[in-house]
Design a protein around this ligand. Structure first.
Ligand SMILES: [Zn+2]
Length: 251
């Protein structure tokens, strides 16, 4: 206990292993990750795409960005569906009472993705385009306004949505701590790799307007490196990394 606050129970009190998964993903359909409302004041469309200013080759450029939290949310939700379908208990993260218990007795999803009392074993980095900032990356579509409270359409009220055009390549990086992804008896590992497989084979849908097929995001290529501690030294096990598709094919 520090200052009356219990330290996170987590997988990080010791180091067992680390997987670094890096790959290139492509959005096969238009993609909309929105901005917080406060950031929209100067925008020329109602729902602009989230952008990030960054330095590349000494220049400040502005690129579209997919927050790691968005990808994590989609991964977790898919993982939960697979776990539930396999008979596993999965908690409801919005149930305040249940979440108090989850801190000490976490369900399989919380054990992998964390909760208020448990650090996540999986870290999803913000995803940015591979290429330099290019012009004409965006397209605008007009749609019917959605009622903020009821989620229903509001006929007659139109709004403009900005999207990233299909076919853009993005750098994806996922790190997995202290979860043995090659343990065939680990359900956590098996379910997580199922989601990775779906990400590679069919794509995950991220961002807004999913019902019109937007945001299909597919991992097209990647490598996985595994690090362990051996005699106090950090060692990379796969000899420079394995091709992600081959590494996933046995599990
Ligand atoms: Zn849980």
């Amino acid at each position: 206990m520090i200052g009356g606050v219990k330290l996170l129970n987590g997988p990080f009190s010791e180091f067992k292993n680390l997987y670094v998964i890096k790959g290139i993903a492509v959005n096969r359909t238009i993609l909309h990750i929105g901005t917080p409302e406060t950031a929209q004041l100067e925008a020329t469309v109602d729902n602009p795409v989230l952008r990030l200013r960054m330095i590349r080759d000494g220049r400040v450029v502005e690129v579209p960005v997919i927050p790691g939290s968005s990808i994590k949310g989609v991964f977790r939700s898919f993982f939960e569906k697979i776990a539930r379908s396999s008979g596993e208990r999965v908690c409801n993260i919005f149930d305040v009472e249940q979440q108090k218990e989850e801190k000490t007795n976490p369900c399989i999803a919380c054990r992998v993705f964390g909760n208020q009392g448990q650090a996540s074993r999986v870290h999803f980095f913000d995803v940015m385009p591979v290429e330099e900032s290019m012009s004409s990356l965006y397209t605008v579509r007009t749609g019917v306004s959605i009622d903020r409270f009821f989620g229903s359409q509001r006929p007659g009220l139109l709004r403009t949505d900005e999207y990233v055009i299909p076919g853009l390549k993005w750098n994806v990086e996922i790190r997995v701590f202290n979860l043995d992804l090659e343990d065939e008896n680990s359900k956590e590992a098996r379910f997580f790799k199922h989601v990775l497989k779906i990400f590679m084979e069919e794509g995950l849908q991220i961002g807004g307007r999913k019902s019109i097929g937007s945001g299909v995001f597919t991992l097209v290529d990647g490598t996985v490196k595994k690090f362990v501690l051996e005699n106090g030294e950090l060692k990379e096990v796969f000899g420079g990394g394995k091709k992600l598709s081959e590494w996933l094919s046995w599990g």
